[in-house]
Design a protein around this ligand. Structure first.
Ligand code: TYM
Length: 332
């Protein structure tokens, strides 16, 4: 059986990176796999979240996914904290995964920065919860952006070590699914930095909640270099901003990056940007409108998430029960 699990942190606005790197791919995969999609609120609190914002963001991310085309009837859509088996399995994985493995995680280093001693224990152990999210459903495939690749390797190592330690063939080794023209969308202000919710500058990202005028302004202000649009893939690495904008255009128009480059080769950035604005607004506008409509009726979103939680619990509970038996937890 092939089963997908993937998640998004409800820590702020969904942005174009989340959409192009992940959610849009999920919309396509939902017809090929059994899919479970999760608002990972327990991951979110590894850094401080205002409780009211966390609730709002959890609903907003759910609204974003549905507006983008995830069918909540066909797929399981829920928030992590409603399924206790994630945290239960995460504890066991805390005892399976090694300190050395977690010490190598680049995301922890980036997020904790110079204040490692002051980071939460949760932020350090985060990848184990992520492995648990996936494996508590025995998911076989995990569609994500490029930045999650290392965490997925850890999930595979953890599954393998659990199977070896206990002499079982219990967990599958989940495969990452990383595809599309924009697996790593970069900041609009700095082509060397990933587009992210936590960047201080709102001009660094396009949010799924941005209206047409805001999108236009952000694209117009996006950093470029002094040369015309590139005409060859060669040397594109030295022009990260140009490469990023081309990748965004290609992903939004469902075309190949090389093809888009050929179309705009040698032209001025201003012309290209005008077309990129039209394209971005035509793709994101309807999603934005639908998101707003959904957010006007939070009872409807909550009902969807409640049903999703029931379905997710129904899958996860028997699996965690088996894990408890394997580990030797007495069930008196
Ligand atoms: P998160 O919330 O940071 O991002 C959600 C998804 O969006 C992708 N993404 C990007 N893709 C391309 N370019 C970008 N700039 C960009 N920024 C984000 C991410 O790769 C991700 O697919 N740890 C995960 C959430 C998680 C998870 C899981 C994912 C928790 N448990 C289990 C998969 C399976 C995270 O922080 O994603």
């Amino acid at each position: 059986m092939q089963r997908i699990f993937s998640g998004v942190q409800p820590t702020g606005n969904l942005h174009l990176g989340n959409y192009l790197g992940a959610i849009r791919n999920w919309v396509r995969l939902q017809n090929q796999y059994e899919c479970i999609f999760c608002m990972v609120d327990q991951h979110a609190i590894t850094v401080w979240q205002d409780p009211k914002d966390l609730i709002r963001n959890t609903r907003e991310v759910a609204a974003g996914m549905i507006a983008a085309g995830i069918d909540p009837e066909k797929n399981v859509l829920f928030n992590q904290s409603t399924v206790p088996a994630h945290a239960q399995l995460a504890w066991i994985f805390n005892c399976v995964a090694r300190m050395g493995w977690l010490n190598r995680m680049t995301q922890f280093k980036e997020k904790a920065g110079k204040h490692k001693e002051n980071a939460s224990v949760g932020l350090f152990a985060y990848p184990n919860l992520m492995s648990a999210d996936i494996l508590v459903y025995k998911a076989t495939h995990v569609p994500v952006g490029e930045d999650q690749k290392q965490h997925l390797e850890l999930a595979r190592d953890t599954a393998q070590k659990f199977n070896n330690d206990y002499g079982v063939d219990f967990f599958p080794l989940p495969e990452p699914l990383i595809f599309g023209a924009a697996t790593r969308v970069m900041s609009l202000r700095d082509g060397a930095k990933k587009m992210s919710k936590s960047d201080e500058s709102d001009y660094s990202r396009i949010n799924m909640t941005d209206d047409a005028d805001t999108i236009a302004l952000k694209v117009r202000k996006a950093k470029t270099d002094l040369f015309p649009m590139p005409d060859s893939l060669e040397g594109l690495d030295e022009r990260p901003e140009a490469s990023n904008l081309l990748g965004i255009y290609a992903a939004l128009s469902d075309r190949d990056k090389a093809e888009v480059m050929a179309q705009f080769a040698g032209r001025q950035f201003s012309e290209f940007k005008a077309e990129l604005v039209d394209l971005a607004v035509s793709v994101l506008g309807p999603i934005n409108t639908e998101m707003k409509r959904l957010m006007d009726d939070t009872t409807h979103i909550d009902a969807i998430l409640k049903k999703g939680a029931e379905r997710a619990n129904a899958i996860a509970q028997p699996i965690i029960r088996d894990v408890y038996d394997i580990v030797g937890f007495l069930r008196p």
